[in-house]
Design a binder for this molecule. Structure first.
Ligand SMILES: *[C@@H]1O[C@H](CO)[C@@H](O)[C@H](O)[C@H]1NC(C)=O
Ligand SMILES: *[C@@H]1O[C@H](CO)[C@@H](O)[C@H](O)[C@H]1NC(C)=O
Length: 174
């Protein structure tokens, strides 16, 4: 009787040890924080893209044919990388191009939690006929970031992500 109990206890102890072992192994391989490989490949996030004013000719059609670059348009980046998240805005230059370096608390590990989209037409609103943000390339719902290449800025490693091109729809009739 006594030996049976001891055997059973030994068996239970063994099961417990192996379960603990499996559990801790799973936790450490699933956790990106403790994995050195994941840490090494983490970089900072840079985002680029273009914003256009669509031609009256192609109002309502998903094309950038005869579209012109928009200067001074605001583009927003929003990420749910943490509870509070990260948001930032930037403006397009005279070529309709924008480029932003996300805050350091955002790393490439969480790039999939980010969306970018144009929020404001800017000063061009006074002169152009395109006034409504276009859904082209998820320009109203927010575009996901696509990695394009690695870059170094001030001795920091970034991955440059691309979004868009975005556009504003003309209000004019064809
Ligand atoms: C972040 O989460 C909120 C709440 O779930 C959601 O409304 C928002 O669209 C998310 N933002 C991004 C950039 O995914
Ligand atoms: C656009 O949104 C759709 C639906 O959410 C998604 O499947 C697609 O991957 C998105 N594309 C980009 C570039 O954000």
């Amino acid at each position: 009787m006594g030996t049976v109990v001891v055997k059973a206890l030994k068996y239970l102890l063994l099961v417990h040890i192996s379960l603990t072992f499996i559990y801790t192994n799973e936790v450490s391989s699933a956790s990106p924080v403790t994995s050195p490989a994941a840490k090494m490949s983490r970089r900072l996030v840079a985002v680029q893209g273009m914003v256009y004013c669509k031609s009256c000719k192609y109002s309502g059609i998903d094309t950038l044919l005869e579209a012109s670059p928009l200067q001074g348009a605001t583009v927003k980046l929003a990420c749910n990388n943490t509870k509070r998240g990260v948001t930032m805005e930037t403006k397009t230059d005279k070529n309709g191009y924008f480029f932003m370096l996300a805050p350091n608390k955002l790393t490439t590990y969480a790039f999939h939690t980010c969306r970018a989209w144009p929020t404001n037409l800017g000063p061009a609103a006074a002169t152009v006929t395109c006034t409504v943000p276009s859904q082209l390339n998820n320009g109203t719902t927010g575009a996901m970031l696509k990695p394009s290449k690695s870059i170094n800025i001030a001795e920091r490693e970034y991955v440059l992500f691309s979004v868009g091109p975005f556009a504003f729809e003309p209000a004019c009739t064809r």
